[in-house]
Design a binder for this molecule. Structure first.
Ligand code: AHR
Length: 660
C-alpha cells in the first residue's frame, strides 16, 4: 500500500514538474513567465489526400493494385489503371492473389500476351489527376515483375502526354523467374502536368506485375521513398516546434479492424499492410511511421505520434447520424498485445539498436534515436467505460515503463460538453500530464474566448490544443486565430502546444474544409491562416513579458478584437512583439522597450493585412501575403497598426547584445 502511495506521489510530481507548473492556481498577469518552448506546431492527418496523392511523393495511384470497394464503392484493383493494347496486340489480363510478392500485399496483375502487336501489351496509370513531370528532371521508376515464361521479356516504360507523345522512356529486359524488383531512371524532355505512365511488355509471354512506382529523383532532403519537395518545404517553412500525426479520426479508425497500427507501416513498402482510409480512400502506408519520424527530424519538429486508446472512432460506420454509437473496444484478451505495441513504439523511436524495435529503426537507415518525448493516447474519443478501461491500461503501462514520456490524454471533440468534462475528470484522477482539446468554431468564438485559459487552474493537467480552426480561410478568419494565439502565448504556462487543423488538402479531393494549405499535382497554395501560423511558430519564445505592449483607449478594455503579446527566445535573445487586430479600425498603442537593455536602432516588422473577406486561392494565391520591412526603434515605440492586420516585430538579440 505504502509503495502504491509513494508511486502515485512520484507520478504526480513528475506530471507537474514536466510542465514546469508552480503552485499557483491562476496565471499571474503581471510578471514575466516561462512559457512552453513547444507552443506552436502542426497536425498532419492523412485526410483529403494528404499522404497518398499528397505529401508522399509517389506518382502512381494504386501502385499495388490493392484498391477495393471497401475504400470507395467505385474502386477496385484496376482503378487508375487501363489495360494497354493500342498497338493491336492482344492477350488476357487478370487480377490474381495466388502467389503475391508478399502476403500483406495480395493483389497483382497477370498478363498472358498472345501477340505483342506493334507496341507491346501492358498497363497505363493515370496517377493522381495525371502525373506531373518536368523537363530535364529524372524520375525513379521501379516495379516488381515475375516473368513466368521461360524466355526473358523486353519491357518498355514511358511517360506520355494525353495524346500519346513520349516525354521520356526506358527499356529493360526481365531476368530469371520469380518476383524481382527492377529499377530504371527516366529522363524527361518536356514539361507536362497530366502525363500517364505506360508499361509495355514487347513480346509474347506470361508475366505478373506488382508495385509499379514512380518518384521524382528530387524528393524532400532526397530521401528514398521520400516526400514531395515543394509541399514539404512549405510545411517546413512554418518552422513548427512539433508535428502530431498520423490523425485524427484516421488514428482511431472506422471500426476496430481499421485502427491505425503503426507496426503495419514500417519496413519494405511492398510488405506494409495497406488499408482503407476512414476518409473514404486508401492508405498505402508508403508514408509510414519511419517516414513520419524522419520528416519531423528534417524540419526540426518534435514527433507527437497519436495512438488509438484501444477503441475505434465513436462515429464508426457513419454513426454520428444516430448519436455516435460506433465506438468499439479492442477485446480485453487482445489488449495486452495492443499495450505492448504502444510500448514497442517507444522502443522503435528511442531504443538502442540492440533492442528488437530499435534494430528495425536502424535497418531502415536511422540508428540514432528519434528522441520521442510526447505520445498521444486517444483522439477526441467518447469517454465511456469501454474507453476509460483501455485508456487506463495503456496509460499505466507507458507511465511505468517510460516515465520520461509525456503522455497526452484526450477530452472529446469540443471545447465543452459531456466528453470534455468526463475527459478532464479522468485526467484529474490519473494526473495526466497534458490533455488534448479540440475546437472548430466561428471566428467570433475565438474572439470571444481569448480569456479561456487565463482562469485555468495551473495545478491541473496542461493543455495541448491538438486541433483548432475558425470556419474559413478569409483574412478575418486568420486574424481571429491570430488574436486567439496571442492569448495562447499569454497562457503558455498552461497551454503547452497548439496546432491548427487540418494541415494540407488536395484540391478536388477535400474531405474537410477549411485547411491550412491547399495543393494540386504541381503547385502549393498557402492560405492566409498559414501565414498567421507561420508568424507565430517562426517567432515564438520561451518567456512571456506581460507589460511591454499597452493599447490605447477602448482597446485597452475588454475589446477582444485585438490581442497583443511579447515573448523572448532565450536561445537567440530575440524579443518578439505581436499585435493582432481583427477589428475594423486601426489600433494604437505603445511598446515600452526601455527595460530590455540598450536598444538596437532597427528591427524587422512584418504585417499581414488587407480586405477581411479575401482569401488566397489557386487563382489568386498571393492575394494576402506577409510584407516585411525594417523599422527604427525607440525606447517607447508608439505604433498604429491597420484595421484587420497582424503585426510582428522581431528585435534581434544579437543586436541587443551589441548595444549593451
Ligand atoms: O481535423 C479533422 C478531424 O477533425 C480529425 O480527424 C478529428 O480528430 C476531428 O474531428
Amino acid at each position: 500500500m505504502m509503495k502504491k502511495i509513494a508511486y502515485t506521489a512520484l507520478l504526480l510530481t513528475l506530471a507537474f514538474t514536466w510542465f514546469g507548473a508552480s503552485a499557483q492556481q491562476k496565471a499571474d498577469a503581471t510578471k514575466p513567465k516561462k512559457i512552453s518552448p513547444d507552443l506552436f506546431g502542426i497536425f498532419f492527418e492523412d485526410l483529403s489526400y494528404a499522404a497518398d496523392g499528397g505529401l508522399y511523393a509517389e506518382l502512381i495511384q494504386n501502385r499495388s493494385f490493392e484498391y477495393n470497394p471497401a475504400d470507395n464503392r467505385d474502386w477496385n484493383s484496376m482503378t487508375a489503371w487501363k489495360y494497354q493494347t493500342d498497338g493491336f496486340g492482344y492477350g488476357t489480363i487478370s487480377v490474381e492473389t495466388a502467389a503475391p510478392v508478399h502476403p500483406n500485399n495480395p493483389h497483382y496483375i497477370l498478363l498472358d500476351i498472345q501477340d505483342e502487336g506493334q507496341k507491346g501489351v501492358g498497363l497505363e496509370n493515370s496517377g493522381f489527376d495525371g502525373i506531373p513531370v518536368k523537363a530535364s528532371k529524372n524520375y525513379d521508376f521501379s516495379v516488381f515483375l515475375n516473368a513466368i515464361s521461360d524466355q526473358s521479356l523486353p519491357v518498355k516504360v514511358a511517360l506520355v502526354d494525353r495524346k500519346g507523345k513520349e516525354l521520356g522512356s526506358s527499356l529493360f529486359t526481365t531476368s530469371d523467374k520469380g518476383w524481382k524488383k527492377y529499377t530504371q531512371q527516366i529522363h524527361i524532355n518536356f514539361d507536362n502536368d497530366s502525363a500517364k505512365l505506360v508499361l509495355l511488355i514487347k513480346a509474347k509471354g506470361k508475366i505478373a506485375i506488382d508495385m509499379v512506382s514512380l518518384f521524382p529523383e528530387e524528393t524532400f532532403k532526397n530521401h528514398r521513398n521520400g516526400l514531395r519537395a515543394d509541399l514539404a518545404q512549405v510545411i517546413a517553412d512554418i518552422k513548427p516546434k512539433f508535428m502530431r500525426f498520423p490523425g485524427g479520426c484516421l488514428t482511431h479508425g472506422d471500426g476496430i479492424a481499421n485502427i491505425y497500427r503503426w507496426k503495419n507501416t514500417i519496413g519494405p513498402v511492398e510488405q506494409r499492410v495497406e488499408q482503407r482510409n476512414i476518409w473514404n480512400y486508401h492508405q498505402t502506408a508508403g508514408l509510414g511511421y519511419f517516414e513520419y519520424f524522419q520528416f519531423c527530424e528534417d524540419i526540426g519538429a518534435k514527433p507527437v505520434p497519436v495512438l488509438a486508446a484501444g477503441v475505434s472512432c465513436q462515429n464508426s460506420g457513419g454513426t454520428w447520424r444516430i448519436g455516435s454509437t460506433g465506438q468499439k473496444g479492442i477485446p480485453m484478451e487482445e489488449m495486452k498485445a495492443y499495450v505492448q505495441d504502444v510500448l514497442d513504439l517507444v522502443e522503435y523511436a528511442n531504443g538502442p539498436i540492440t533492442s528488437t524495435w530499435g534494430a528495425k529503426r536502424a535497418v531502415a537507415g536511422h540508428p540514432a534515436p528519434f528522441n520521442l518525448e510526447y505520445l498521444g493516447i486517444g483522439n477526441e474519443d467518447k469517454i465511456t467505460g469501454v474507453f476509460e478501461e483501455r485508456f487506463r491500461m495503456i496509460y499505466d503501462a507507458v507511465h511505468k515503463a517510460h516515465p520520461e514520456i509525456k503522455i497526452i490524454g484526450t477530452v472529446g471533440p469540443s471545447p465543452k460538453g459531456e466528453d470534455f468534462d468526463k475527459g478532464w475528470k479522468l485526467a484529474d484522477q490519473l494526473s495526466v500530464g497534458i490533455v488534448d482539446e479540440h475546437y472548430y468554431e466561428k471566428p467570433q468564438w475565438f474572439l470571444k474566448n481569448t480569456q479561456r485559459y487565463d482562469a485555468y487552474n495551473r495545478l491541473r493537467s496542461k493543455v495541448y490544443i491538438g486541433e483548432y480552426a475558425s470556419w474559413g480561410n478569409t483574412l478575418f478568419n486568420a486574424l481571429s486565430e491570430a488574436v486567439y494565439m496571442t492569448s495562447l502565448e499569454r497562457n503558455g504556462d498552461v497551454v503547452r502546444m497548439a496546432s491548427y487543423a487540418p494541415l494540407i488538402a488536395r484540391i478536388g479531393h477535400t474531405s474537410w474544409n477549411p485547411n491550412l494549405i491547399y495543393f494540386n499535382g504541381s503547385k502549393v497554395f498557402p492560405t492566409v491562416n498559414y501565414y498567421v501560423q507561420q508568424q507565430f511558430a517562426a517567432n515564438s519564445g520561451n518567456e512571456y513579458l506581460p507589460d511591454v505592449i499597452k493599447l490605447k483607449g477602448e482597446k485597452a478594455a475588454l475589446d477582444t478584437t485585438a490581442g497583443v503579446s511579447t515573448v523572448r527566445d532565450s536561445a537567440t535573445g530575440d524579443l518578439i512583439l505581436k499585435i493582432a487586430n481583427a477589428g475594423n479600425a486601426p489600433v494604437s498603442g505603445e511598446a515600452d522597450l526601455s527595460k530590455i537593455g540598450q536598444l538596437p536602432k532597427s528591427a524587422i516588422l512584418t504585417v499581414i493585412t488587407g480586405n477581411p473577406d479575401v482569401k488566397n486561392s489557386a487563382d489568386n494565391s498571393q492575394a494576402i501575403v506577409p510584407q516585411s520591412s525594417v523599422i527604427k526603434l525607440q525606447k517607447k515605440w508608439a505604433f498604429t497598426v491597420p484595421a484587420y492586420s497582424l503585426t510582428v516585430v522581431r528585435i534581434s538579440g544579437r543586436e541587443i547584445e551589441k548595444h549593451k
